[in-house]
Design a protein around this ligand. Structure first.
Ligand SMILES: N[C@@H](CCC(=O)N[C@@H](CS)C(=O)NCC(=O)O)C(=O)O
Length: 334
């Protein structure tokens, strides 16, 4: 019986996916905007500012896609999603792309029916504890009460880590981020665990950040990146190369400030990038100035990092370009 229910659900999901699988670009062009699934509010990654304009590293990917498709980075509508809501939102076609601190895993890339286009932030899972508890290492957390969000890799890594280290913990599982944080900050949990970026971002958004420490152990790999549905290669390509254009531009030294002058460059790679020569836009199904428009209106990856994450105290670390000691690397635009 259970098996039948699961099979039916599987078919229903496949069916829903199939309806939206092809033609996302056509549908997006027809409605006139990209519907982008984001976080409900994670400073530096996706959060509305005081005037209601969405800002952040993940938001900039949404804006880049709109710049590529429409030549206008403002043609985006945002759907804030919790960790639990995000995958059904993409599967059902409610959103065209998910750009929301989502870890690339084999399960999500296969059985959930998605394609990860790349990585816009390499991360790992960490633990935050109140300083007054005087905990120095995650190995001291045996028996701790830990706040964690459902539907995340965080939840899975947490139990693996404790089992591997022969420790126990009491999970407090809450779907909404705000409520999870309230539970941690009110002392209902000893520990809050998530991606280190999430710890830094949320700690900075609350009073007295210095009262909370992030423990040195990073217990997992969390490559975070934009996701699309299986079965629509054209859309997959557009989202993928919108991200890579931002990374490549940084490597080429092209910025929102200097891209207007790039037409004078003698460098053939620059000429191709801005669409003065070659047909990359046409190959993707968009305007040949797609990459120019992304950099002009959104900026390169380094500019986005600088604007959104630097003010919160983030360092580039492994998210630095491969040419500068990091692992951010775009395949060639050629
Ligand atoms: N990268 C992990 C965790 C992502 C995640 O959802 N993190 C939490 C903690 S920062 C979050 O964004 N919560 C916001 C919410 O669910 O409303 C994953 O993909 O599963």
């Amino acid at each position: 019986m259970k098996r039948i229910v699961r099979l039916t659900l599987g078919i229903a999901l496949l069916g829903a996916g199939a309806v939206h699988a092809q033609g996302t670009l056509d549908a997006v062009q027809k409605k006139g905007f990209v519907q982008c699934g984001t976080n409900v509010g994670l400073a530096g990654f996706a959060q509305p500012d005081s005037r209601g304009a969405w800002k952040g590293l993940d938001v900039d990917v949404c804006r880049a896609i709109a710049a590529a498709v429409f030549g206008d980075a403002t043609k985006v509508r945002y759907t804030p999603t919790t960790a639990v809501q995000r995958f059904p939102a993409l599967q059902s076609g409610e959103v065209d792309v998910l750009s929301r601190n989502t870890t690339w895993t084999i399960t999500r890339d296969t059985s959930l029916g998605f394609n990860f286009v790349g990585v816009n932030y390499y991360d790992g899972q960490g633990f935050m504890v109140p300083k007054k508890l005087n905990v120095k290492s995650a190995k001291q957390l045996n028996g701790a009460t830990i706040c964690v969000q459902p539907g995340t890799t965080t939840e899975l890594n947490l139990s693996d880590y404790f089992r591997a280290n022969r420790m126990t913990f009491k999970p407090v599982v809450i779907e909404k981020l705000e409520e999870t944080l309230n539970a941690y900050y009110s002392g209902r949990c000893d520990v809050f665990t998530t991606d280190v970026s999430g710890l830094v971002s949320t700690r900075g958004s609350r009073p007295n950040p210095a009262d909370h420490v992030i423990l040195p152990e990073v217990i997992s790999k969390e490559p975070l990146g934009p996701v699309v549905r299986h079965g629509d290669d054209r859309w997959f390509d557009i989202v993928k190369w919108s991200l890579y254009a931002m990374i490549e531009a940084e490597e080429m030294g092209l910025t929102s400030k200097n891209i207007d002058q790039a037409s004078a460059s003698k460098d053939p790679a620059v000429q191709r990038f801005i669409g003065a020569t070659g047909d990359f836009g046409k190959m993707l199904g968009v305007d040949n100035k797609w990459a120019f428009n992304i950099i002009k209106q959104v900026g390169n990856y380094g500019e986005s990092f600088e604007a959104n994450l630097k003010p919160l105290g983030f360092e580039r670390g492994i998210n630095e370009l491969w040419t500068k000691g990091g692992i951010m690397y775009a395949p060639p635009l050629r």
